[in-house]
Design a protein around this ligand. Structure first.
Ligand code: CP
Length: 330
């Protein structure tokens, strides 16, 4: 079921997620996505307090297992855990741990499990690692990005940013442009935005569009000038050179000429259109500095929304109950 029909059919009020894990958007329904966004929205007030700390997750232990580089996701999870008073253990790239001595992923995870964490946040370059850990561990697992597969909390923070600007997601025209084939952000956003009733177009050179992408309920285009016409949201993606085994476009310069988001291209979108990018950005490759720093850019709002979205995911998974707002925050 896709688009608006899905929104209407499953609009419901729910108070908990159905799983101990948040592994992707693909299997979340409209009620779960709405619960995560509404909870994040109500947790945002914590950021405005002089003392940014509530006791909601006191005594809970979260392990942040980052096997791949990250700035935004890692620091916003750590911030979210601190603001909710959870105890965190941080593990980056295996450095300084027994992974350097050849310990397997499963043995590492079982070793951590023996210390009774309540939740594991994992980023890994291989698709499916969070699902593997979720199957083998009692602790809950949050996918903080697995290869080119999914990045659910990124799509949630993107959705919150869109909802902040437009008051809705349903009925908006969203263009996701760039390296679609290697992007976990694109996949999670396609699942989320189509489920919430947006009309989604993915755009990029033919070499960077996955085969049969239309089966995900999106339109696929290769002409960026045409794709961007009338769009409410233009979401640019990073060129993921590290996931490309050989060059899939002639040069960065040519790529920017055909697929870079410039002010003149953005002018073809709706007058109130917003420009998004999950970061890190390659200025002058997929987006111009002029657009990135323009009033239409919501890139830093996306970063700011990362913290409440991750707080919402941690809280809902660890407590299994709705956030009661200020009453919990004292
Ligand atoms: N958007 C995103 O995942 O950024 P990081 O790689 O910095 O976490």
């Amino acid at each position: 079921m896709t688009g608006r029909r899905a929104v209407t059919a499953s609009r419901q009020t729910i108070t908990a997620l159905r799983s101990k894990d948040l592994l992707g958007i693909e299997h979340l329904d409209v009620g779960e996505i709405t619960l995560l966004l509404d909870t994040a929205e109500s947790m945002r007030s914590i950021a405005a307090r002089p003392i940014k700390k509530v006791p909601a997750l006191r005594g809970r232990m979260v392990v942040n297992l980052f096997f791949e580089a990250s700035t935004r996701t890692r620091f916003s999870f750590e911030t979210a855990e601190k603001w909710l008073s959870a105890d965190s253990l941080n593990f980056s790239g295996g450095k300084g741990t027994s992974v350097e001595k050849g310990e397997s992923l499963l043995d590492t995870a079982r070793t951590l499990q023996a210390m009774s964490p309540d939740l594991i946040v994992v980023r890994h370059s291989a698709a499916g690692v969070p699902h593997f850990l979720a199957r083998h561990l009692d602790a809950g697992v949050i996918n903080a990005g697995d290869g080119a597969h999914e990045h659910p909390t990124q799509a949630l923070l993107d959705a919150l940013t869109i909802r902040d600007r437009f008051g809705r997601i349903e009925g908006l025209k969203v263009v996701i442009a760039g390296d679609i084939a290697h992007s976990r952000v694109a996949r999670s956003n396609v699942f989320l935005l189509t489920r919430m009733g947006a009309s989604v177009t993915v755009c990029g050179p033919p070499t960077l569009l996955p085969p049969r992408v239309e089966e995900l309920g999106v339109q696929a285009m290769t002409d960026f000038d045409r794709a961007v016409e009338g769009a409410d949201v233009v979401m640019m993606l990073r060129m993921q050179l590290e996931r490309q085994s050989h060059s899939l476009f002639p040069s960065k310069r040519e790529y920017f000429t055909r697929y870079g988001l410039t002010m003149s291209r953005l002018a073809r979108a709706s007058p109130n259109a917003i420009a998004m990018h999950p970061g890190p950005m390659n200025r002058g490759v997929e987006i111009s500095s002029e657009v990135a720093d323009s009033p239409q850019s919501v890139i830093l709002e996306q970063v700011a929304n990362g913290v409440p979205v991750r707080m919402a995911a941690l809280y809902l998974l660890l407590t299994g109950r709705p956030w009661e707002g200020e009453r919990e925050g004292t």
